[in-house]
Design a protein. Sequence first.
Length: 126
Amino acid sequence: MTCRIQIVAGEVSQTAILNDSTTADAIWLALPIVGHANCWGDEIYFAIPVQIEEAEDARQEMAVGEIGYWPVGTAFCIFFGPTPVSVGEEPRAYSNVNPFGQIEGDATAFRAVSNGEKVTVSKLEE
């Protein structure tokens, strides 16, 4: 079964598709989740009520539009461009994150989100 989610941050609304991972399953079960955006370069992250260990496929190098879970900060992360630790134009997490999905549309729309704005993540029922 393909799991899709809706992410609404400030005025931005995007859908994402989750991958087939333990991390995606745990986050899916915790939805809906509401948080407040922390902006770090072209990344938004916010704490969520999910605690998962670092996965075998955890990494720092991410793709534009990829979403990940940061075990150190128990946070949901949306990557849409370079961060302060990026080497080039590609997103790079501060430390390893568990990749668990991909934004379906233009992830750079999240550049319009400001620190502290409400973020809501919910299930999209097919």
